[in-house]
Design a protein around this ligand. Structure first.
Ligand SMILES: *Cc1c(COP(=O)(O)O)cnc(C)c1O
Length: 240
């Protein structure tokens, strides 16, 4: 078995064990493979191992990979999620080439994404990014800004508001990990009572997927545990 195949099985076993422990159903939890900085060959290997959804942070890098993979006869076709910071001059390509975007935190960006969504594609599945630990260097809105922004964005053509995403500050203690995730879950429950179509809570990474499952995540974004450590990036945005 290859390194990535083995990792896929290991991560799936972690997900099953956490589901068992916290009374969740594995079918209710999607596994997004975060392939930033990793080559197309790794993505193809993860696809062969059964993964279907891939997350990218850097648009230029993502565009090259999507273009290389698009002509290949992959069945089912991979779904692409944009999970990195969004500059307004990048919305056209994101809206054209991605199925999901997790990192919307401004109305203007959402409006551009919606306007630029090609007519022959389904509305762009959109999550609001919440800066759950209020870290100055991180993107995202505060919890109390969710209702107003959600109401504005839910009304946009070309956009389908699906839920929330957050990247908590790294913590190693399990109970400490759970606290911000629980706050996000509570905000998600409130969001759903106003917007019943919201069904996606994107939280949980390689180091906190168990805590995220315990607190109600429906979509885990996993990089390192699937593809191995990433080399530090020398240009562009810092890797969160
Ligand atoms: C890189 C990244 C991940 C994956 O993190 P790992 O710790 O490698 O699993 C998840 N979400 C976002 C937004 C990222 O940038």
């Amino acid at each position: 078995m290859s390194f990535i195949e083995e990792n896929v099985q290991r991560v799936q076993a972690r997900i099953r064990a956490a589901c068992e422990r916290y009374g969740r159903e594995p079918e209710d939890i999607r596994l997004l493979a975060v392939s930033k900085t990793k080559p197309v060959s790794d993505i193809l290997e993860a696809h062969r191992a059964g993964l279907r959804e891939f997350g990218e942070n850097y648009l230029q890098e993502a565009e090259a990979k999507i273009a290389e993979i698009a002509p290949l006869p992959l069945d089912p076709a991979p779904q692409w999620h944009f999970i990195g910071p969004i500059q307004s001059n990048k919305t056209r390509l994101i809206s054209r080439d991605f199925d999901w975007v997790h990192s919307v935190d401004r109305f203007k960006i959402a409006r551009r994404l919606g306007e630029q969504r090609p007519d022959d594609r389904e509305p762009l599945n959109t999550l609001l990014q919440v800066n759950i630990d209020r870290e100055p260097q991180k993107a995202g809105i505060d919890l109390d800004e969710i209702p107003a922004l959600a109401a504005q964005i839910a009304a946009l053509p070309g956009i389908r508001l699906r839920g929330l995403m957050a990247i908590p500050a790294p913590r190693s203690d399990f109970d400490q990990q759970r606290r911000p995730l629980r706050a996000l879950r509570q905000a998600f429950d409130a969001l759903r009572s106003d917007h019943p179509a919201c069904d996606t809570l994107s939280m949980g990474m390689s180091g906190d997927l168990e805590a995220a499952i315990a607190e109600g995540s429906t979509l885990l974004r996993i990089g390192t545990a699937l593809f191995g450590a990433r080399a530090p990036k020398t240009t562009g945005n810092p890797t969160p």
